[in-house]
Design a protein around this ligand. Structure first.
Ligand code: FUC
Length: 736
């Protein structure tokens, strides 16, 4: 194992000009590094998250007792149960902690803890007794292990212990240089974690249930964890016991030098993260000099820090890459980070906004692969959801079981459902299923994966829609999420079903199949009761005109037609868009302290072409439900943080109404800048640069070819594209 000096290298491609130099609390941060002058004391608000899509850790950086709290995304209690409720659904579980206790030295100086989101590496540096100590932490997707490297610039600097604590009371066994904790949950799920301690000089050997370090120059911890979960309903969601797999992962990782592990990790991570570059102009030097917690505090009264705004936006992408990678499970309410066995809202998949928001950044900010865990989850789980749908008395139509599938508000990973039924949840999930195709143009995916899911969701609604005396169709007995009351024709449901039918029609057209069925859907869709404008000019939340202009409810359920849907837009339905503005204005800014509410409002204002309002909401999100570690509330719910990049992206580029709309909502606070690598529907990748608030250049890379319309300000031009070609447009939208 080679010793690696901790050089914080930076790549021009993802890092601003003032990248942090090596160590030291006085070093100013670049816009892609979170840093702090003290260790974390609180898990939720201060510890720093790392992850590889499946395995994740929270790093505290305590000098004398480092704590790496770790999780794996499949550790769940609960089960499938067609008549399920919260009790049978279970909860997302905490896994364990690795503690590194070091012999006390002189009081540390020059302490710095950081997370470089340009590299997905967390670091700690400090000096004590004339020695400079360094730690690096990352969670590797290529090698499937969490890696922690402790080094020092003088030999023999480390004496102490490494401990593994299991959250389910499994005993830790120590053998040679390995710690193991294995057990099973009440539902029979087997789980295990293993820690390998690789000493550089000195010794690392089992002592009781710990590993004792003596006079090491440095050491590396490799942490592997897993369960016997398998995302496959045909196997009852059980695969092989994790033991051999973990041992193999550790064996393979320990055969590689530390530098190689790290280089492979950084390369893999940057292949995703580096696709989008955001330059919003220079941040004030006095803010750049601050640690992230102080910088956040300074931001609270009135913003004034584009560097922090950039960091927050890119941090959302960092989190998504860290917790949602192909082959793993989708991000739950907490992403994959969790220190409790009874996390808030069970750490579940919440269908009425939260799961969706977690993925709002995936397609538009060029992380399409990160959406795959969600799409795979839908494909598998819907078989169990279909059984539960058919078994539900309250979903029956004329005394017969409902067809297709839908969901309750809350889900686990083994087909289990909790809380009340949420019929339009299927339509909202299907929006993600469709959009993956809309952005990637992957026809194999559309045919084999997406279309069956869409069609089954439509079949559910075909049976459920109810005709009014005048022949118009309503979704019966709906509930505007968490707002109520229960009645026919709730706008949220009407809009989502309109969206579902539209997406399915487009899918059938793209595949050239199912003509009769798509025509049937088109006829049903034309009869759906549409959005209505109420007595104070608002967009009605219900068919009954009862909206209260003083209502500040956090949910914005009747605005799904504006974002993430496409039924209402100032460009296509100006009157309805004006009504949506009234409703959004009335809801206010606070959103009951929920980051998901503020993140949604950013996107809504952007879609309503109101740049200053969108920007104000971004400021509200940063100044409100954002913690010092940039994770979001409430109390620990990452949906709003995940969504911020996608929501902000709507300010730079929109593509939902058949146009590439450039800079639709650019606020005054970002007069000059550029964004590179955003994705648009129909397979376009777009770079945009602007100066003094005006477009200077757009670069459009066409992946699939085809004709598109490009809009900037009031001007729209037609652009014919060929697959694989790049088009440079000037400020007047002329091809250069
Ligand atoms: C929905 C929201 C709550 C919370 C929960 C996890 O129920 O209304 O505010 O975000 O999800």
């Amino acid at each position: 194992m080679s010793r690696v000096p901790m050089v914080m290298f930076c790549l021009a491609i993802v890092c601003g000009p003032a990248c942090a130099a090596e160590g030291g609390a006085a070093t100013p941060a670049d816009d892609l590094t979170l840093w702090y002058a003290q260790p974390a004391s609180k898990w939720m608000t201060e510890a720093l998250p790392i992850g590889n899509g499946r395995l994740g850790g929270m790093i505290f950086g305590t000098v004398e007792a480092e704590r790496i709290q770790f999780n794996e995304d499949s550790l769940w209690t609960g089960d499938e149960n067609p008549f399920g409720d919260y009790k049978t659904m279970g909860e997302y579980q905490a896994f364990g902690d690795v503690f590194v206790r070091l012999a006390a030295g002189d009081a540390p100086t020059n302490y710095r803890r950081e997370l470089s989101i340009a590299e997905a590496v967390a670091r700690v540096t400090y000096q004590s007794g004339g020695v400079t100590f360094r730690r690096e932490f990352f969670c590797s997707n290529p090698d499937q292990v969490l890696v922690a490297r402790f080094s020092a610039d003088k030999p023999g600097a480390y004496t102490g212990t490494v401990e593994l604590a299991d959250m389910h009371k499994a005993q830790t066994a120590a053998e040679e240089n390995r710690l193991t904790a294995a057990g099973s949950l009440a539902n029979g799920m087997k789980y295990e974690s293993q820690v390998l301690v690789l000493a550089d000089g000195g010794s690392a050997a089992a002592a009781g249930d710990k590993i004792e370090l003596k006079g090491c120059n440095g050491f590396t911890l490799l942490v592997a964890a897993g369960t016997d979960y398998l995302l496959d309903h045909t196997k009852n969601w059980r695969g092989l016991p994790p033991h051999e797999r973990l041992a193999q992962q550790l064996k393979a990782a320990s055969a590689k030098p530390y530098d190689a592990l790290k280089a492979a990790h950084v390369k893999d991570y940057q292949s995703l993260f580096g696709r989008v570059r955001l330059d919003l102009g220079p941040a004030p030097a006095d803010r750049r000099a601050l640690a992230t917690d102080a910088r956040l505090k300074a931001y609270k009264p009135d913003g004034g820090d584009v560097g922090l705004e950039t960091l927050v936006v890119q941090f959302g992408r960092y989190l998504l890459i860290s917790c949602s990678r192909p082959g793993g499970l989708p991000a739950n309410l907490q992403g994959l980070w969790n220190d409790k066995n009874n996390p808030p809202w069970h750490g579940d998949y919440h269908a009425d906004i939260n799961v969706q928001e977690a993925y709002w950044s995936a397609e538009s900010t060029n992380l399409s692969e990160c959406a795959l865990p969600l799409l795979d989850y839908f494909r598998d789980q819907r078989h169990a959801w279909a059984k539960a749908t058919a078994a539900a008395k309250e979903l029956q139509v004329d005394g017969k079981p409902a067809r297709g599938w839908t969901v309750r508000y809350s889900q686990n990973i083994t087909g289990g459902l909790g809380w009340r039924w949420y019929p339009p949840g299927n339509a909202w999930y299907c929006q993600h299923v469709w959009e993956h195709y809309a952005f990637t143009g992957d026809k194999t995916y559309l045919k084999d994966h997406a279309y069956p899911i869409l069609r089954e969701a439509c079949e559910f609604w075909e049976g459920r829609l109810k005709a009014l005396p005048d022949g118009r169709l309503v979704c019966p007995q709906g509930w505007s999420p968490e707002h109520g009351p229960t009645e026919d024709g709730v706008s949220h449901e009407q809009q989502l079903v309109w969206d579902l039918f539209g997406n399915t029609i487009e899918a059938a057209d793209a595949l050239g199949i199912d003509k009769d069925y798509r025509d049937k859907l088109a006829a049903l869709r034309a009869k759906l009761v549409g959005p209505q404008i109420g007595k104070w000019g608002q967009l009605q939340e219900w068919m009954v005109d009862r909206d209260d202009p003083k209502d500040k409810h956090r949910h914005l359920s009747h605005l799904v037609a504006v974002f993430p849907g496409r039924q209402i837009s100032p460009l296509t339905t100006p009157d309805l868009a004006a009504a949506a503005k009234k409703s959004l204005e009335a809801r206010g800014e606070k959103g009951e302290g929920m980051a998901w509410s503020s993140a949604w409002k950013i996107a809504l204002w952007a879609r309503l072409l109101e740049p200053e309002r969108a920007y104000e909401m971004l400021k509200c999100q940063i100044a409100g439900p954002t913690y010092p570690n940039l994770c979001t509330a409430g109390p620990f719910q990452l949906d709003g943080g995940f969504a911020a990049p996608g929501s902000v992206c709507e300010m730079f580029l929109q593509s939902h109404v058949g146009l590439l709309h450039l800079l639709p909502a650019l606020p005054k606070a970002w007069p000059t800048g550029s964004v590179k690598g955003l994705r648009a529907r129909d397979g376009y990748e777009v770079d945009i640069a602007w100066k003094d608030g005006k477009l200077t250049e757009a670069v459009i890379r066409s992946r699939m070819g085809g004709a598109c319309k490009v809009r900037y300000g009031e001007k729209t031009v037609d652009l014919k594209t060929e697959a694989g070609k790049t088009y440079r447009l000037d400020a007047a939208l002329a091809v250069k």
